[in-house]
Ligand binder design. Structure first.
Ligand code: NDP
Length: 450
């Protein structure tokens, strides 16, 4: 399939130094080869060339004043990647590692993830290289206001609806929403992840983590197994990791690890969820503080990680849930997981496994749920928040959770059926990519050349 190769080569030339974006694009396009062989009309309509190019990319300067009165400058981004299936939808990431390539990789993944939910949402992503760590509430507020002072002119409840991601939780969404309302005078569903008293959906905060566990449960059910009594490794200690851990306990499993940017915590008795919430949601403290209450737990700082990977993936377990960030699981980590008996991996984070780690999982034919399928519960519940905003209703938790379960089961079914259709029944990466792509590509053809 020379045009897959050519498209990837052209991307490298036209968008230099966007390595994470090439990684995401390569994974998707390589999986699509068998589809292109069967359905040459996608090539005739130049769908691949069109789908790897964002419809619009916005880059802007953000100036704000810190607590000492000094003016700070950051870069802001919003990539409106593909609006074929609905308004652009995808989170905002505030982290010092953010570049235009990071946002493009996340926006590209979001197109297919959103398509898999079966809901009318297109793909987008945004963020900034702003580092919220160590900043006061006042600084966070002023930064969010400055960010929204540019972003507000590009978004709207029927055009582009951002949400949270790394570094953007309920507090930041509040400040962003307040500024949008001040600038436009409109009270409308322009952001998701809002507070429950001002337009938010019950269950949105929990949705990504809960969804990743439902996805694992779906994969295990297909093997005649359950999560009951299973030992689980979780990375991250933010929104996705915390609610993954919460749902694992509800399912009768035992999550024994979590991580933050400074180190890895292992508690063989099971992570103390109340303490974790207090440390991370209330005090924004380091995981090391956990040991003050549980001295029997162990903590490995980042500088003591194995040279070829991460401490969290080196413990004995049945299942693993990477929920921190991209490329946090190397090929050596994958080998260690397999050697330690892990047979189920459900990705709460976006692209947490490096390409050669994914290859190991696929070769081993374990139950492996890629992020764009396994973590789609968050964006799906964001769309449920949009639906509630449009009808000025607030649904009870039971209704939201029931829908989330249904959506996750449906995503799993689509991935598994598509993998089966292409004679690779255990390859949910191929299933997710082809199923998501086909929906968007078919609709792009219906819409003509636009
Ligand atoms: P949070 O900011 O709430 O938490 C992120 C966690 O990961 C923190 O514990 C953070 O450590 C750690 N972390 C972040 N960057 C790094 C890094 N470079 N190295 C090591 N650790 C790191 O983010 P979320 O939980 O919302 O997001 C986690 C992942 O899930 C991301 O990949 C995101 O794209 C994905 N995701 C999130 C969704 C959502 O609804 N929020 C939806 C779908 C996917 P520290 O505490 O030290 O900052």
């Amino acid at each position: 399939m020379p045009y897959v190769h050519e498209t990837l080569e052209n991307l490298r030339k036209s968008s230099p130094a966007q390595t994470e974006f090439y990684q995401a694009a390569e994974e998707v396009l390589e999986c699509l080869r068998p589809l292109f062989k069967r359905s040459p009309h996608y090539h005739e309509h130049s769908i691949i060339e069109r789908i790897v190019e964002p419809e619009r990319q916005i880059m802007f300067r953000i100036c704000w004043t810190d607590d000492t009165g000094r003016v700070q400058v950051n870069k802001g981004y919003r990539v409106q990647f593909n609006s074929t299936l609905g308004p652009y939808k995808g989170g905002l990431r505030f982290h010092p590692s953010v570049t235009s390539g990071t946002i493009k990789f996340l926006g590209f993944e979001q197109i297919f993830k959103n398509a898999l939910t079966g809901l009318p949402i297109g793909g987008g992503k945004g963020g900034s290289d702003f580092d919220p760590k160590g900043r006061s509430d006042g600084e966070i507020m002023r930064f969010c206001q400055a960010y929204m002072s540019e972003l507000y002119r590009h978004i709207g409840p029927h055009t582009d609806v951002p949400a949270g991601d790394i570094g953007v939780g309920g507090r930041e969404i509040g400040y962003l929403y307040g500024q949008y309302k001040r600038l436009t005078g409109r009270y409308e569903g322009v952001l998701t992840g809002k507070g429950l008293d001002w337009g938010g959906s019950i269950g949105r905060k929990e949705a990504t983590g809960y969804g990743a566990v439902y996805f694992a449960q779906n994969m295990l059910e297909a093997l005649g197994k359950t999560l009951e009594g299973k030992t689980c490794l979780v990375s991250g200690a933010g929104n996705v990791a915390i609610y993954t851990i919460e749902k694992l306990y509800e399912m009768g499993a035992k999550p024994v690890t979590c991580t933050d940017s400074r180190g890895t915590l292992h508690d063989a008795k099971g992570v103390d969820l109340d303490l974790l919430k207090e440390l991370k949601e209330v005090n924004r403290a380091s995981l090391e503080v956990y040991l003050e209450k549980h001295p029997e737990a162990s903590y490995t700082p980042v500088d003591e990680y194995p040279e070829d990977g991460h401490a969290v993936w080196r413990f004995k377990a049945d299942a693993a849930f990477p929920c921190a960030t991209q490329n946090e699981l190397t090929a050596a980590d994958a080998e260690a997981l397999l050697a330690n008996g892990v047979y189920c991996i459900s990705e709460g984070a976006n692209m947490p496994s490096a390409a050669d780690a994914v290859d190991r999982f696929l070769e081993a034919k374990i139950a492996y749920g890629p992020g764009k399928a396994a973590n789609a519960g968050g964006v799906a519940t964001s769309q449920l928040e949009m639906a509630q905003n449009n009808s000025m209703e607030q649904w009870p938790l039971e209704k939201v959770d029931e829908k989330l379960k249904e959506i996750m089961a449906n995503i799993h079914r689509q991935c598994a059926d598509t993998a089966e259709e292409f004679d690779e029944p255990t390859n949910l990466v191929l299933g997710a990519n082809i199923a998501g792509f086909r929906k968007v590509a078919d609709a792009m053809i219906d819409h003509g050349v636009v």
